[in-house]
Design a protein around this ligand. Structure first.
Ligand SMILES: Cc1cc2nc3c(=O)[nH]c(=O)nc-3n(C[C@H](O)[C@H](O)[C@H](O)COP(=O)(O)OP(=O)(O)OC[C@H]3O[C@@H](n4cnc5c(N)ncnc54)[C@H](O)[C@@H]3O)c2cc1C
Length: 445
Protein backbone atom coordinates (compact mmCIF):
# COMPACT_ATOMS: atom_id res chain seq x y z
CA UNK A 1 0.00 0.00 0.00
CA UNK A 2 1.16 3.55 -0.79
CA UNK A 3 2.62 5.44 2.20
CA UNK A 4 0.15 8.03 3.41
CA UNK A 5 1.22 11.65 3.79
CA UNK A 6 -0.26 14.23 6.12
CA UNK A 7 0.86 17.83 5.68
CA UNK A 8 0.49 20.23 8.60
CA UNK A 9 0.69 23.86 7.53
CA UNK A 10 2.52 25.45 10.44
CA UNK A 11 4.94 23.81 12.87
CA UNK A 12 3.75 25.38 16.10
CA UNK A 13 2.30 23.64 19.14
CA UNK A 14 -0.87 22.56 17.27
CA UNK A 15 0.97 20.80 14.44
CA UNK A 16 3.53 19.31 16.83
CA UNK A 17 0.83 17.85 19.05
CA UNK A 18 -1.10 16.42 16.08
CA UNK A 19 2.10 14.70 14.89
CA UNK A 20 2.84 13.42 18.40
CA UNK A 21 -0.66 11.97 18.84
CA UNK A 22 -0.75 10.43 15.37
CA UNK A 23 2.44 8.62 16.24
CA UNK A 24 1.03 7.50 19.59
CA UNK A 25 -1.93 5.98 17.72
CA UNK A 26 0.43 4.01 15.52
CA UNK A 27 0.31 6.07 12.31
CA UNK A 28 3.33 5.00 10.27
CA UNK A 29 3.03 7.27 7.26
CA UNK A 30 4.85 10.54 6.65
CA UNK A 31 3.99 13.75 8.48
CA UNK A 32 5.35 16.96 6.99
CA UNK A 33 5.33 20.10 9.12
CA UNK A 34 5.80 23.10 6.79
CA UNK A 35 6.40 26.47 8.42
CA UNK A 36 7.77 29.64 6.92
CA UNK A 37 9.38 30.57 10.26
CA UNK A 38 11.91 28.60 12.30
CA UNK A 39 11.01 27.17 15.73
CA UNK A 40 7.62 26.15 17.01
CA UNK A 41 5.51 29.27 16.77
CA UNK A 42 5.82 32.81 18.15
CA UNK A 43 4.50 31.97 21.65
CA UNK A 44 7.56 29.92 22.61
CA UNK A 45 10.17 31.83 20.60
CA UNK A 46 10.75 34.53 23.22
CA UNK A 47 14.16 34.29 24.89
CA UNK A 48 13.12 36.76 27.59
CA UNK A 49 12.95 34.86 30.90
CA UNK A 50 10.29 37.34 32.12
CA UNK A 51 7.94 35.97 29.47
CA UNK A 52 6.51 33.09 31.41
CA UNK A 53 3.75 30.67 30.54
CA UNK A 54 0.33 31.87 31.60
CA UNK A 55 -0.79 28.31 32.34
CA UNK A 56 0.76 26.54 35.38
CA UNK A 57 3.52 24.05 34.50
CA UNK A 58 1.47 21.17 35.89
CA UNK A 59 -1.19 21.60 33.19
CA UNK A 60 0.97 22.02 30.07
CA UNK A 61 1.56 18.34 29.24
CA UNK A 62 1.04 17.10 25.68
CA UNK A 63 -1.73 14.62 26.48
CA UNK A 64 -5.02 14.83 28.38
CA UNK A 65 -4.17 11.59 30.20
CA UNK A 66 -0.87 13.15 31.30
CA UNK A 67 -1.34 16.90 31.96
CA UNK A 68 1.79 16.80 34.14
CA UNK A 69 4.00 15.57 31.26
CA UNK A 70 5.75 18.91 30.81
CA UNK A 71 6.42 19.20 34.54
CA UNK A 72 7.96 15.71 34.63
CA UNK A 73 10.09 16.49 31.59
CA UNK A 74 11.33 19.71 33.24
CA UNK A 75 12.23 17.99 36.48
CA UNK A 76 13.89 15.16 34.58
CA UNK A 77 16.32 17.81 33.29
CA UNK A 78 17.41 18.30 36.90
CA UNK A 79 16.31 21.93 37.22
CA UNK A 80 17.21 23.31 40.63
CA UNK A 81 15.14 24.10 42.63
CA UNK A 82 12.63 21.60 41.22
CA UNK A 83 9.59 23.08 39.47
CA UNK A 84 6.22 22.49 41.14
CA UNK A 85 2.86 22.13 39.38
CA UNK A 86 1.70 25.65 40.26
CA UNK A 87 4.85 27.37 38.89
CA UNK A 88 4.86 29.59 35.82
CA UNK A 89 8.10 28.91 33.94
CA UNK A 90 9.72 30.78 31.02
CA UNK A 91 7.93 30.10 27.75
CA UNK A 92 11.10 29.17 25.86
CA UNK A 93 11.28 26.00 27.99
CA UNK A 94 8.00 24.93 26.48
CA UNK A 95 9.47 25.32 23.00
CA UNK A 96 12.26 22.92 24.00
CA UNK A 97 9.67 20.46 25.33
CA UNK A 98 7.78 20.55 22.01
CA UNK A 99 11.06 19.89 20.19
CA UNK A 100 11.83 16.97 22.51
CA UNK A 101 8.39 15.43 21.89
CA UNK A 102 8.95 15.00 18.18
CA UNK A 103 12.72 14.65 18.13
CA UNK A 104 12.59 10.79 17.99
CA UNK A 105 10.04 10.97 15.16
CA UNK A 106 12.22 13.37 13.19
CA UNK A 107 15.28 11.22 13.83
CA UNK A 108 13.75 8.24 12.01
CA UNK A 109 12.08 10.30 9.27
CA UNK A 110 8.46 9.83 10.34
CA UNK A 111 8.14 13.59 10.86
CA UNK A 112 9.83 16.00 8.48
CA UNK A 113 9.97 19.68 9.38
CA UNK A 114 10.62 22.00 6.46
CA UNK A 115 11.11 25.76 6.54
CA UNK A 116 8.88 26.92 3.73
CA UNK A 117 5.57 28.73 3.39
CA UNK A 118 2.52 27.09 1.83
CA UNK A 119 0.70 29.28 -0.68
CA UNK A 120 -2.13 27.13 -2.04
CA UNK A 121 -4.11 23.88 -1.98
CA UNK A 122 -5.73 22.12 -4.91
CA UNK A 123 -7.93 19.03 -4.74
CA UNK A 124 -6.60 16.43 -7.20
CA UNK A 125 -8.10 12.92 -7.32
CA UNK A 126 -8.91 12.50 -3.64
CA UNK A 127 -5.61 14.05 -2.57
CA UNK A 128 -4.42 17.61 -1.97
CA UNK A 129 -1.65 19.24 -3.92
CA UNK A 130 0.12 21.48 -1.43
CA UNK A 131 1.88 24.32 -3.25
CA UNK A 132 4.98 25.64 -1.54
CA UNK A 133 6.15 29.24 -1.77
CA UNK A 134 9.44 28.17 -3.36
CA UNK A 135 7.69 26.52 -6.27
CA UNK A 136 7.59 22.81 -5.44
CA UNK A 137 4.47 20.87 -4.39
CA UNK A 138 3.68 17.95 -2.06
CA UNK A 139 0.87 15.44 -2.57
CA UNK A 140 -1.03 14.92 0.69
CA UNK A 141 -3.77 12.52 1.75
CA UNK A 142 -4.86 15.00 4.41
CA UNK A 143 -3.97 18.56 5.31
CA UNK A 144 -4.09 20.21 8.72
CA UNK A 145 -4.31 23.97 8.73
CA UNK A 146 -2.36 24.75 11.91
CA UNK A 147 -1.58 28.35 11.06
CA UNK A 148 -2.27 29.88 14.49
CA UNK A 149 -3.20 33.48 15.07
CA UNK A 150 -3.15 36.16 12.41
CA UNK A 151 -1.06 39.28 13.03
CA UNK A 152 -3.02 42.20 14.51
CA UNK A 153 -4.95 44.58 12.28
CA UNK A 154 -2.92 47.71 11.34
CA UNK A 155 -3.44 50.66 13.68
CA UNK A 156 -5.14 53.65 12.03
CA UNK A 157 -2.49 55.70 10.24
CA UNK A 158 0.33 53.18 10.93
CA UNK A 159 0.85 52.30 7.27
CA UNK A 160 2.42 55.75 6.68
CA UNK A 161 4.77 55.63 9.68
CA UNK A 162 8.43 54.57 9.66
CA UNK A 163 8.74 50.93 10.75
CA UNK A 164 11.22 51.87 13.51
CA UNK A 165 8.48 53.88 15.21
CA UNK A 166 5.59 51.40 15.09
CA UNK A 167 5.85 47.72 16.00
CA UNK A 168 3.00 45.89 14.33
CA UNK A 169 3.88 42.31 15.22
CA UNK A 170 5.37 42.46 18.74
CA UNK A 171 5.57 38.64 19.14
CA UNK A 172 8.43 38.40 16.71
CA UNK A 173 10.80 41.12 17.95
CA UNK A 174 12.62 42.51 21.02
CA UNK A 175 11.08 45.81 22.08
CA UNK A 176 14.26 46.75 23.98
CA UNK A 177 15.95 47.20 20.58
CA UNK A 178 13.51 49.97 19.63
CA UNK A 179 13.90 52.34 22.59
CA UNK A 180 16.37 54.96 23.82
CA UNK A 181 16.79 56.52 27.28
CA UNK A 182 13.65 58.55 28.16
CA UNK A 183 11.65 57.20 25.22
CA UNK A 184 7.89 57.50 25.54
CA UNK A 185 6.18 54.27 24.50
CA UNK A 186 2.49 53.81 23.69
CA UNK A 187 0.90 50.34 23.81
CA UNK A 188 -2.41 50.11 22.01
CA UNK A 189 -4.21 47.31 23.86
CA UNK A 190 -4.01 46.27 27.52
CA UNK A 191 -4.12 42.46 27.23
CA UNK A 192 -1.44 39.77 27.40
CA UNK A 193 0.64 41.23 24.55
CA UNK A 194 0.90 44.53 26.42
CA UNK A 195 1.84 42.64 29.60
CA UNK A 196 4.72 40.91 27.76
CA UNK A 197 5.91 44.23 26.34
CA UNK A 198 5.72 46.07 29.66
CA UNK A 199 7.64 43.27 31.40
CA UNK A 200 10.38 43.51 28.76
CA UNK A 201 10.58 47.28 29.19
CA UNK A 202 10.16 47.32 33.01
CA UNK A 203 13.91 47.81 33.71
CA UNK A 204 13.99 50.70 31.20
CA UNK A 205 10.79 52.14 32.74
CA UNK A 206 12.53 52.25 36.12
CA UNK A 207 15.28 54.27 34.41
CA UNK A 208 13.23 56.98 32.76
CA UNK A 209 11.36 55.34 29.87
CA UNK A 210 7.65 56.17 30.17
CA UNK A 211 4.96 53.66 29.25
CA UNK A 212 1.34 54.40 28.37
CA UNK A 213 -1.23 51.75 27.49
CA UNK A 214 -4.73 52.36 26.28
CA UNK A 215 -7.75 50.22 25.48
CA UNK A 216 -11.47 50.91 25.36
CA UNK A 217 -12.11 49.73 28.93
CA UNK A 218 -8.57 50.19 30.28
CA UNK A 219 -8.75 46.85 32.09
CA UNK A 220 -5.67 44.77 32.86
CA UNK A 221 -5.69 40.96 32.84
CA UNK A 222 -6.33 39.71 36.37
CA UNK A 223 -3.88 37.69 38.50
CA UNK A 224 -4.26 33.92 38.66
CA UNK A 225 -4.92 33.70 42.40
CA UNK A 226 -6.08 30.18 43.16
CA UNK A 227 -5.67 27.46 40.52
CA UNK A 228 -8.47 25.26 41.86
CA UNK A 229 -11.48 24.79 39.61
CA UNK A 230 -15.10 24.50 40.65
CA UNK A 231 -17.03 21.64 39.11
CA UNK A 232 -19.51 23.33 36.79
CA UNK A 233 -22.76 21.64 35.81
CA UNK A 234 -22.90 21.02 32.04
CA UNK A 235 -25.71 18.46 32.08
CA UNK A 236 -28.11 20.96 30.47
CA UNK A 237 -27.51 20.32 26.76
CA UNK A 238 -29.47 23.39 25.67
CA UNK A 239 -28.45 26.06 28.16
CA UNK A 240 -29.27 29.71 27.61
CA UNK A 241 -26.88 32.54 28.38
CA UNK A 242 -29.38 33.67 31.00
CA UNK A 243 -29.46 30.30 32.79
CA UNK A 244 -25.66 30.17 32.78
CA UNK A 245 -25.38 33.63 34.28
CA UNK A 246 -27.93 32.69 36.94
CA UNK A 247 -25.85 29.63 37.84
CA UNK A 248 -22.72 31.80 38.04
CA UNK A 249 -24.32 34.44 40.26
CA UNK A 250 -25.71 31.80 42.62
CA UNK A 251 -22.25 30.26 43.04
CA UNK A 252 -20.62 33.62 43.77
CA UNK A 253 -23.49 34.63 46.13
CA UNK A 254 -22.97 31.32 47.97
CA UNK A 255 -19.43 32.45 48.77
CA UNK A 256 -17.37 30.78 46.00
CA UNK A 257 -14.35 32.81 44.86
CA UNK A 258 -14.72 34.17 41.33
CA UNK A 259 -11.36 32.58 40.46
CA UNK A 260 -12.64 29.09 41.25
CA UNK A 261 -15.85 29.77 39.33
CA UNK A 262 -13.90 31.02 36.30
CA UNK A 263 -11.46 28.11 36.39
CA UNK A 264 -14.42 25.72 36.39
CA UNK A 265 -16.13 27.57 33.55
CA UNK A 266 -12.90 27.73 31.56
CA UNK A 267 -12.57 23.93 31.53
CA UNK A 268 -16.15 23.55 30.26
CA UNK A 269 -16.10 26.56 27.92
CA UNK A 270 -16.09 24.56 24.66
CA UNK A 271 -19.02 22.36 25.71
CA UNK A 272 -21.05 25.31 26.95
CA UNK A 273 -20.25 27.37 23.85
CA UNK A 274 -21.18 24.68 21.34
CA UNK A 275 -24.52 24.18 23.11
CA UNK A 276 -25.50 27.87 23.08
CA UNK A 277 -27.80 29.10 20.34
CA UNK A 278 -26.19 31.33 17.65
CA UNK A 279 -28.20 34.28 19.03
CA UNK A 280 -26.83 33.70 22.54
CA UNK A 281 -23.29 33.28 21.18
CA UNK A 282 -23.59 36.65 19.40
CA UNK A 283 -25.07 38.23 22.57
CA UNK A 284 -22.18 36.91 24.64
CA UNK A 285 -19.64 38.37 22.21
CA UNK A 286 -21.41 41.75 22.26
CA UNK A 287 -21.74 42.09 26.02
CA UNK A 288 -19.48 39.60 27.75
CA UNK A 289 -16.33 39.30 25.66
CA UNK A 290 -14.26 42.05 27.38
CA UNK A 291 -15.06 40.64 30.86
CA UNK A 292 -14.41 37.08 29.72
CA UNK A 293 -11.03 38.11 28.28
CA UNK A 294 -9.64 39.60 31.49
CA UNK A 295 -10.98 36.83 33.71
CA UNK A 296 -9.84 33.96 31.55
CA UNK A 297 -6.51 35.35 30.23
CA UNK A 298 -4.99 35.63 33.68
CA UNK A 299 -1.38 36.37 34.50
CA UNK A 300 0.97 35.09 37.21
CA UNK A 301 0.52 37.04 40.45
CA UNK A 302 4.13 38.28 40.39
CA UNK A 303 3.66 39.82 36.91
CA UNK A 304 0.46 41.49 38.02
CA UNK A 305 2.33 42.94 41.01
CA UNK A 306 5.08 44.32 38.70
CA UNK A 307 2.47 46.12 36.60
CA UNK A 308 0.84 47.62 39.69
CA UNK A 309 4.23 48.80 41.02
CA UNK A 310 5.03 50.51 37.72
CA UNK A 311 1.61 52.15 37.76
CA UNK A 312 2.02 53.36 41.34
CA UNK A 313 5.47 54.78 40.53
CA UNK A 314 3.96 56.72 37.60
CA UNK A 315 6.09 54.75 35.10
CA UNK A 316 3.08 53.07 33.50
CA UNK A 317 -0.19 54.83 32.77
CA UNK A 318 -3.33 52.92 31.73
CA UNK A 319 -6.03 54.87 29.90
CA UNK A 320 -9.59 53.80 29.08
CA UNK A 321 -9.66 55.30 25.59
CA UNK A 322 -10.09 54.54 21.92
CA UNK A 323 -7.22 55.33 19.56
CA UNK A 324 -8.40 57.46 16.64
CA UNK A 325 -5.25 57.82 14.62
CA UNK A 326 -1.47 57.93 14.52
CA UNK A 327 0.61 60.44 12.55
CA UNK A 328 4.37 60.70 12.13
CA UNK A 329 5.82 64.16 12.71
CA UNK A 330 9.61 64.27 12.38
CA UNK A 331 10.91 61.18 14.17
CA UNK A 332 8.05 60.94 16.64
CA UNK A 333 4.46 59.75 16.50
CA UNK A 334 1.48 61.86 17.42
CA UNK A 335 -1.42 59.76 18.73
CA UNK A 336 -4.96 61.05 19.10
CA UNK A 337 -7.50 59.29 21.28
CA UNK A 338 -10.93 59.73 22.81
CA UNK A 339 -11.33 58.81 26.49
CA UNK A 340 -14.20 56.53 27.42
CA UNK A 341 -17.35 58.51 28.22
CA UNK A 342 -15.92 61.82 26.95
CA UNK A 343 -16.46 63.61 23.65
CA UNK A 344 -13.24 65.64 23.57
CA UNK A 345 -10.03 64.35 21.99
CA UNK A 346 -6.55 64.19 23.54
CA UNK A 347 -3.16 63.99 21.91
CA UNK A 348 0.18 62.57 23.02
CA UNK A 349 3.68 62.25 21.54
CA UNK A 350 5.57 58.98 21.47
CA UNK A 351 8.91 57.60 20.31
CA UNK A 352 7.47 54.14 19.81
CA UNK A 353 3.98 52.73 19.34
CA UNK A 354 3.35 49.01 19.92
CA UNK A 355 0.34 47.33 18.40
CA UNK A 356 -0.92 45.14 21.25
CA UNK A 357 -4.50 44.90 20.03
CA UNK A 358 -4.30 41.12 19.67
CA UNK A 359 -4.72 38.90 16.64
CA UNK A 360 -7.07 39.70 13.77
CA UNK A 361 -10.06 37.37 14.07
CA UNK A 362 -11.36 37.83 10.51
CA UNK A 363 -9.42 35.27 8.48
CA UNK A 364 -11.23 36.34 5.34
CA UNK A 365 -9.52 39.77 5.59
CA UNK A 366 -6.01 38.30 5.77
CA UNK A 367 -3.53 39.19 3.03
CA UNK A 368 -1.74 35.87 3.52
CA UNK A 369 -1.47 34.25 0.05
CA UNK A 370 -2.61 30.86 1.37
CA UNK A 371 -5.77 32.19 3.02
CA UNK A 372 -6.61 34.30 -0.01
CA UNK A 373 -6.29 31.26 -2.24
CA UNK A 374 -8.33 29.02 0.11
CA UNK A 375 -11.20 31.54 0.24
CA UNK A 376 -11.05 32.23 -3.50
CA UNK A 377 -11.13 28.50 -4.35
CA UNK A 378 -14.04 27.96 -1.91
CA UNK A 379 -12.12 25.41 0.21
CA UNK A 380 -12.90 27.37 3.40
CA UNK A 381 -15.38 29.95 4.54
CA UNK A 382 -15.47 32.46 7.40
CA UNK A 383 -17.24 31.52 10.61
CA UNK A 384 -20.60 33.36 10.74
CA UNK A 385 -19.59 35.17 13.96
CA UNK A 386 -16.57 36.72 12.23
CA UNK A 387 -14.10 34.68 14.30
CA UNK A 388 -11.87 32.26 12.44
CA UNK A 389 -13.05 29.61 10.00
CA UNK A 390 -16.24 27.57 9.80
CA UNK A 391 -15.77 23.93 10.74
CA UNK A 392 -17.28 21.07 12.69
CA UNK A 393 -16.32 20.98 16.40
CA UNK A 394 -13.91 18.16 15.50
CA UNK A 395 -12.05 20.46 13.09
CA UNK A 396 -13.31 19.40 9.62
CA UNK A 397 -13.30 22.64 7.61
CA UNK A 398 -16.34 23.75 5.65
CA UNK A 399 -16.09 25.13 2.12
CA UNK A 400 -17.95 28.08 0.59
CA UNK A 401 -21.18 26.06 0.18
CA UNK A 402 -21.14 24.78 3.76
CA UNK A 403 -20.11 21.24 2.81
CA UNK A 404 -17.08 19.68 4.46
CA UNK A 405 -13.89 20.01 2.41
CA UNK A 406 -12.68 16.39 2.40
CA UNK A 407 -9.35 15.81 4.10
CA UNK A 408 -8.95 19.44 5.18
CA UNK A 409 -8.83 20.06 8.93
CA UNK A 410 -7.86 22.70 11.43
CA UNK A 411 -7.23 23.29 15.12
CA UNK A 412 -6.05 26.15 17.30
CA UNK A 413 -6.90 29.80 16.65
CA UNK A 414 -8.80 29.28 13.33
CA UNK A 415 -11.37 27.33 15.42
CA UNK A 416 -12.17 30.26 17.75
CA UNK A 417 -15.69 30.82 16.38
CA UNK A 418 -16.62 27.13 16.57
CA UNK A 419 -15.19 26.44 20.04
CA UNK A 420 -14.67 29.90 21.57
CA UNK A 421 -11.54 28.63 23.32
CA UNK A 422 -8.89 26.80 21.34
CA UNK A 423 -5.67 28.74 21.91
CA UNK A 424 -4.23 27.52 25.22
CA UNK A 425 -2.40 24.19 25.39
CA UNK A 426 -5.03 22.36 27.48
CA UNK A 427 -7.55 23.08 24.67
CA UNK A 428 -5.08 22.43 21.86
CA UNK A 429 -3.96 19.05 23.19
CA UNK A 430 -7.59 17.89 23.39
CA UNK A 431 -8.22 19.10 19.83
CA UNK A 432 -4.99 17.47 18.63
CA UNK A 433 -5.95 14.10 20.13
CA UNK A 434 -9.44 14.31 18.59
CA UNK A 435 -8.06 15.29 15.21
CA UNK A 436 -5.33 12.65 15.23
CA UNK A 437 -8.01 10.02 15.97
CA UNK A 438 -10.18 11.24 13.07
CA UNK A 439 -7.24 11.34 10.63
CA UNK A 440 -6.14 7.88 11.68
CA UNK A 441 -9.61 6.47 11.04
CA UNK A 442 -10.04 8.29 7.71
CA UNK A 443 -6.67 7.17 6.38
CA UNK A 444 -7.16 3.57 7.43
CA UNK A 445 -10.56 3.53 5.72
C1 LIG B 1 2.88 35.61 22.89
C2 LIG B 1 2.02 34.41 23.18
C3 LIG B 1 2.12 33.76 24.41
C4 LIG B 1 1.35 32.63 24.68
N1 LIG B 1 1.48 32.01 25.89
C5 LIG B 1 0.78 30.88 26.13
C6 LIG B 1 0.93 30.17 27.36
O1 LIG B 1 1.68 30.59 28.23
N2 LIG B 1 0.23 29.02 27.55
C7 LIG B 1 -0.64 28.56 26.62
O2 LIG B 1 -1.26 27.52 26.83
N3 LIG B 1 -0.82 29.21 25.45
C8 LIG B 1 -0.14 30.36 25.20
N4 LIG B 1 -0.34 31.04 24.03
C9 LIG B 1 -1.32 30.55 23.10
C10 LIG B 1 -0.60 29.88 21.92
O3 LIG B 1 -1.17 30.48 20.80
C11 LIG B 1 -0.77 28.38 21.91
O4 LIG B 1 -0.31 27.83 23.12
C12 LIG B 1 0.03 27.70 20.79
O5 LIG B 1 1.34 28.12 20.78
C13 LIG B 1 -0.62 27.91 19.45
O6 LIG B 1 0.05 27.08 18.56
P1 LIG B 1 -0.37 26.97 17.04
O7 LIG B 1 0.49 25.93 16.46
O8 LIG B 1 -1.84 26.80 16.92
O9 LIG B 1 -0.07 28.40 16.43
P2 LIG B 1 1.36 29.13 16.25
O10 LIG B 1 2.27 28.85 17.38
O11 LIG B 1 1.03 30.55 15.95
O12 LIG B 1 1.97 28.44 14.96
C14 LIG B 1 1.43 28.63 13.69
C15 LIG B 1 2.57 28.57 12.70
O13 LIG B 1 2.04 28.54 11.39
C16 LIG B 1 2.93 29.20 10.54
N5 LIG B 1 2.21 29.58 9.30
C17 LIG B 1 1.14 30.37 9.16
N6 LIG B 1 0.77 30.44 7.88
C18 LIG B 1 1.63 29.66 7.18
C19 LIG B 1 1.76 29.33 5.81
N7 LIG B 1 0.92 29.79 4.89
N8 LIG B 1 2.76 28.51 5.47
C20 LIG B 1 3.63 28.00 6.38
N9 LIG B 1 3.54 28.30 7.69
C21 LIG B 1 2.55 29.11 8.08
C22 LIG B 1 3.44 30.36 11.34
O14 LIG B 1 4.71 30.79 10.87
C23 LIG B 1 3.50 29.78 12.75
O15 LIG B 1 4.80 29.37 13.10
C24 LIG B 1 0.43 32.17 23.72
C25 LIG B 1 0.33 32.83 22.49
C26 LIG B 1 1.12 33.93 22.22
C27 LIG B 1 0.98 34.62 20.90
Amino acid sequence: MRTKTIVCIGAGASATLVAYHLDRLGFRGRIVLADRHPGNGPAYASCDHRHVLNVPAGNMGAATDDPGGFLHWLNHLGIDPPVVAADFVPRQLYGLYLDALIEPLRADGRVIRVRVGVCGLTREEKRWRVDLERGAAIQADAVVLAIGNLPPRMLPGAELIDERLVVNDPWRCRLEDFIRPHSRVLFVGTGLTMVDGVLSLAPAARNGVHLTALSRHGRLPLPWGTQEALDFDTSDTAPSLRSLLRQLRLRVAAGESWERVMNGLRVKAQTLWTHLSPADQARFLRHGRAFWAIHRHRIPDQNHATLRQLQQAGQLEILPARLERLRQVGNRVEARWCRRGQASREEGWFDLVVNATGPEAHYERSRDPLLRQLFAAGHVRAHPLGMGLDATPAGALRGANGAISPGLHSLGAPMQGVLLECTAIPDIRRAAERLAGALWQDLQA
